[in-house]
Design a protein around this ligand. Structure first.
Ligand code: PMP
Ligand code: GLU
Length: 397
């Protein structure tokens, strides 16, 4: 007999992590799987950051840290927000959490009541949907099509707003599409938010440092909605620090206080050593961020060029992050004589089994006609992976 709460039963397993686990299991069995499923830089954490963590251990950073994060780390984040994003957040408006994921659930649990509507822009990152459900909220999905470069129009958002709308979750550069909204597009969305005073916005900017074309614009930098935007960020992607688990928010003081209270009961302040490493990362003057971004840029060009040569795939070239999301609807209903492809999830499984390439089916991202490919992998393996994908897709009739 299992005694699980309705709350936990309402939660799905993270498909990005599930696919990564499946490909790791196959690798452990000696199968030569190329993993393009997990959104994680393939680089090691830069040395100057690792040195700071080693020093923190020797300096005895071994006691409970303050619940919202070390003061000097929050000061450094405050400075970063001002200099890089044009946003004024005092250290009291900043809460450091165990990754961007934790920062997001803190915010969602702090503001969503059962039945509140939350606008999520599809294709969306998997965890937004389930975090909202977990908090008792009702996801309202507004879908951006490939024809519109996977960007929603302000009119679509306007049409989805009701008197129950409490929150919208915005993400640029986007996981899973890699698309980047430009200043004009963002301002027109911010103007919609401005009109609806009961609505807050989470702006997830975790990929801000990985942009190849154009510039990153922060939602909270539009001063007419500043006090209704929560900016989520972290060091996982820009500094290759996924395992260190450090994310943070900049938010209105009332919300930062709420997240502090929640964290004080659930987790306490997050890992002291990782916080010292994050401080070094954010203050660091090296060029590691740039080196990684340049590598992702090169790989974006490489993989998109190769994918475009595959008959039936529709590819929009992303401007940032390290994902590309081809439309695979051409292959739906086709079969290799053994496996019938009914959904994009079937196609992802087919590619895993027949091509030994792990991707993620689109349904978990609200994009049932697409698959997500993470190109955070070496150039050689990307070339080999696309070769295998092409051969497997050519067998479908
Ligand atoms: N937001 C987005 C859009 C992401 O892709 C990720 C990465 N999984 C996160 C937030 C959370 O990142 P982390 O918890 O690793 O800091
Ligand atoms: N954000 C990454 C991804 O989308 C890591 C996995 C996760 O946290 O869901 O693949």
């Amino acid at each position: 007999m299992e005694y699980l709460s309705d709350r936990i039963k309402s939660l799905s397993v993270s498909q990005t992590l599930a696919m990564a686990q499946k490909s790791n299991e196959l690798k452990a069995k000696g199968i030569d799987v190329i993993s393009l499923s997990l959104g994680e830089p393939d680089f090691n954490t830069p040395d100057y950051i690792k040195e700071a963590a080693k020093k923190a251990i020797d300096d005895n950073y071994s006691k409970y840290p303050p619940v919202p994060g070390y003061r000097d780390l929050r000061e450094a984040i405050s400075k970063k927000f001002k200099e890089e994003n044009g946003i004024n957040y005092s250290p009291d408006q900043i809460i450091v959490s165990a990754g961007g994921k934790h920062a997001l659930i803190n915010v969602i649990l702090s503001i969503i009541n059962p039945g509140d509507e939350v606008i999520i822009l599809a294709p969306y990152w998997v965890s937004y949907y389930d975090q909202v459900i977990f908090a008792g909220g009702k996801p309202v999905i507004v879908t951006a099509t490939l024809e519109n470069d996977f960007k929603v129009k302000p009119e679509q958002i306007e049409a989805a707003i009701t008197d129950k709308t409490r929150l919208m979750i915005f993400n640029s550069p986007s996981n899973p599409t890699g698309m980047v909204y430009n200043r004009e597009e963002m301002e027109s969305i911010a103007r919609v938010v401005q009109k609806h005073k009961a609505m807050l916005v989470i702006s997830d900017e975790i990929y801000e440092h990985i942009i190849f074309d154009g510039e990153h614009v922060s939602m909270a930098s539009f001063d007419f909605i500043y006090d209704r935007v929560i900016t989520v960020n972290g060091v996982s992607k820009g500094y290759a620090m996924t395992g260190w688990r450090i994310g943070y928010i900049g938010a209105p003081v009332w919300l930062a206080k709420a997240c502090n209270k929640l964290q004080g009961q659930f987790t306490s302040g997050v890992c002291s050593i990782a916080q010292r490493a994050a401080l070094a990362a954010i203050q660091g003057k090296g060029n590691s961020r740039q080196v990684m971004r340049d590598a992702f840029h090169r790989r974006r060009d490489l993989i998109c060029g190769l994918l475009k040569e595959i008959k039936g795939l529709k590819v929009r070239v992303p401007q940032g992050a390290f994902y590309v999301m081809p439309d695979i609807s051409f292959f739906l209903g086709k079969s290799d004589g053994e496996n019938k492809i009914v959904s994009s999830d079937d196609l992802a499984l087919y590619l895993l089994e027949k091509a030994q390439v792990a991707t993620v089916g689109g349904s978990a991202f609200g994009a049932p006609d697409c698959i997500r490919i993470s190109y955070a992998n070496s150039d050689d393996l990307l070339v080999e992976a696309v070769k295998r994908i092409k051969a497997a897709l050519e067998k479908l009739n």
